[in-house]
Unconditional design. Structure first.
Length: 207
């Protein structure tokens, strides 16, 4: 048996002992080890990337679980990094767009957006919007403030587009900017009732 084989044999015989020792060593020197790891990754970006890729392929469940458990930290970190390195981020995203992964990711977000747009019925015309404004006497449907140069009317969807509402005149009321951004369900119900009364009224006058 040569030296190397000897060492291996010893390691195999003392596996539990070694595990215990490295665990203790790690917890005692955690900061130093993490710092060293960071330094190494920074000075060997290519190896580090390769190593990470391999680790991800080898332990897909582990990395998924790690991501789930640290999602907020990772996202927060990414946000912070993008804010501090806008140029690097631009270069990175331009490079990413050209990769296979980037292409697939873009196709996916494009088709998602198209599907969203397709599902919405979008028939509101300018004249209809004016009609709605007239019907509400150029006042905010929620707080009743009159619109002027400073309080501009915004299109408010009673059922938000994000919840499956459509861009059609029946789903639209005029709202001032501040009401539009803090609309709550209580007011919504009130408006729904008002809206119904309004419809009844217009049916009667049409006859
Ligand atoms: Zn308002």
């Amino acid at each position: 048996m040569n030296k190397k084989q000897n060492k291996k044999q010893w390691q195999e015989n003392n596996i539990e002992h070694i595990k215990e020792y490295s665990k203790k060593y790690y917890s005692k020197n955690k900061i130093k080890i993490l710092k060293y790891g960071k330094q190494w990754r920074e000075s060997n970006p290519k190896y580090a990337k390769e190593y990470m890729e391999q680790w991800r392929l080898k332990y897909p469940e582990d990395s998924k679980e790690y991501y789930q458990n640290h999602k907020n930290i990772i996202l927060e970190y990414g946000k912070e990094w993008r804010k501090n390195n806008p140029e690097k981020f631009l270069v990175y995203s331009m490079k990413f767009r050209k990769t296979e992964k980037g292409k697939v990711s873009r196709q996916r977000s494009d088709s998602k957006r198209r599907a969203r747009e397709k599902e919405i019925i979008n028939t509101l015309t300018f004249n209809e919007w004016i009609e709605i404004l007239k019907r509400y006497h150029f006042k905010c449907a929620y707080c009743n403030k009159e619109f002027d140069l400073f309080i501009k009317p915004t299109i408010d969807h009673i059922i938000p587009i994000s919840k499956g509402g459509n861009n059609i005149k029946e789903n639209i009321v005029p709202a001032c900017q501040s009401c539009n951004s803090k609309k709550n369900n209580k007011i919504l119900k009130k408006i729904e009732k008002l809206g119904k009364a309004e419809v009844d009224l217009s049916e009667k006058t049409e006859r």
